[in-house]
Design a protein around this ligand. Structure first.
Ligand SMILES: NC(=O)c1ccc[n+]([C@@H]2O[C@H](COP(=O)([O-])OP(=O)(O)OC[C@H]3O[C@@H](n4cnc5c(N)ncnc54)[C@H](OP(=O)(O)O)[C@@H]3O)[C@@H](O)[C@H]2O)c1
Length: 284
């Protein structure tokens, strides 16, 4: 079926998640003030999905913007995440209530474990299953989980995660992880899909932008869609928010998809899920 800005993928529990969302992680402090404006602009541009997290400290602004948009709450898919400091059963239940409060909402569409903190993620998942059973969240999932984390989780969980949100772009194609997730009914979601903008300088991306009469960002985001991966690019600038949404009206050829795949270097712009605990001092 043709993908459109208002269409989405049906997750493993039947809930539909839009193919495109706005990421609102603000790498630069000066962007913090622009969250509300960015979310309002995105909704005007047709986005129906917003990706935030407790750790981004901007859930309040997201909630205000969704309310002010005039679009009914149930038409907007809101994702947030439990942060590392609040993992564990009781802490997660409390963190969820705080996120609801900050967002000013009475349910969340998708709640994720932000990072697989080894000492806690199984208990965190039990709390997420409770929230799901109680209908407080429409779907639950994980983020930054490697195959080994998913193996451990799947061996003991009652609810299979609906998504795994990971760093994903042509320099980090995650083929093995995607194959694994596809096999288990877990939808991949791409964070840093533009590699924080760095991919736009790549000569092949520029060449394809010329060939298709598109921008480099549109080429890279289109590659996500054609690989069956949900994408959540971040921009605080109106013209880029519109640009990043205009990816549904063209198609990359199979050959060009393969050339983009061949840019893979297993290169990350963000934290490595196998190293974050050591680097962030989270190992017990
Ligand atoms: N689960 C996780 O651990 C995790 C980790 C990182 C990110 N995320 C999520 O994924 C979202 C996206 O990832 P990201 O913010 O790291 O990186 P990204 O979306 O790959 O790149 C964002 C950067 O690219 C620039 N940009 C956006 N559109 C552009 C365009 N059309 N042309 C040129 N530059 C453009 C933005 O600048 P301007 O704002 O100035 O336009 C910003 O500096 C985040 O916002 C967050 O919601 C999740």
């Amino acid at each position: 079926m043709t993908k459109t800005i208002s269409s989405g993928v049906t997750l493993n529990n039947g809930v539909v998640m839009p193919w495109l969302g706005l990421g609102v992680w603000q790498g630069r402090p000066e962007d913090g003030a622009h969250v509300e404006h960015a979310v309002r602009t995105a909704i005007e541009a047709g986005y129906r999905s917003i990706d935030t997290a407790a750790a981004y400290r901007n859930e309040q602004g997201v909630g205000r913007a969704v309310r002010a948009s005039g679009v009914p709450r149930e038409e907007i898919f809101v994702t947030t995440k439990v942060d590392n400091a609040n993992q564990g059963y009781d802490a997660t239940l409390k963190a969820f209530d705080k996120s609801l409060d900050e967002l000013g909402m009475d349910y969340i569409d998708l709640y994720l474990i932000h990072w697989p903190v080894s000492a806690h993620y199984m208990e965190t998942w039990r709390a997420m299953e409770k929230l799901y059973a109680e209908g407080k969240v429409r779907a639950i999932g994980v983020s930054n989980f490697q195959i080994r984390h998913l193996d451990t989780l799947l061996a003991a969980c009652s609810v299979v995660p609906a998504v795994n949100q990971v760093e994903y772009h042509p320099r980090l194609t995650q083929k093995e992880l995607q194959g694994y997730c596809n096999g288990k009914g877990i939808q991949l979601v791409a964070w840093s899909p533009l590699m924080l903008g760095r991919l736009l300088e790549e000569p092949l991306v520029q060449e394809l932008a010329g060939k298709y009469g598109r921008t480099g960002a549109q080429i890279v985001l289109r590659w996500d869609l054609q690989n069956g991966v949900v994408t959540i690019p971040k921009s605080a600038k109106a013209e880029r928010i519109y640009e990043n949404a205009d990816i549904f009206g063209f198609e990359l050829s199979l050959g060009d998809m393969e050339r983009l795949d061949a840019l893979n270097r297993n290169e990350r712009s963000g934290m490595d899920p196998d190293k974050f605990e050591e680097l962030w001092g989270l190992r017990n």
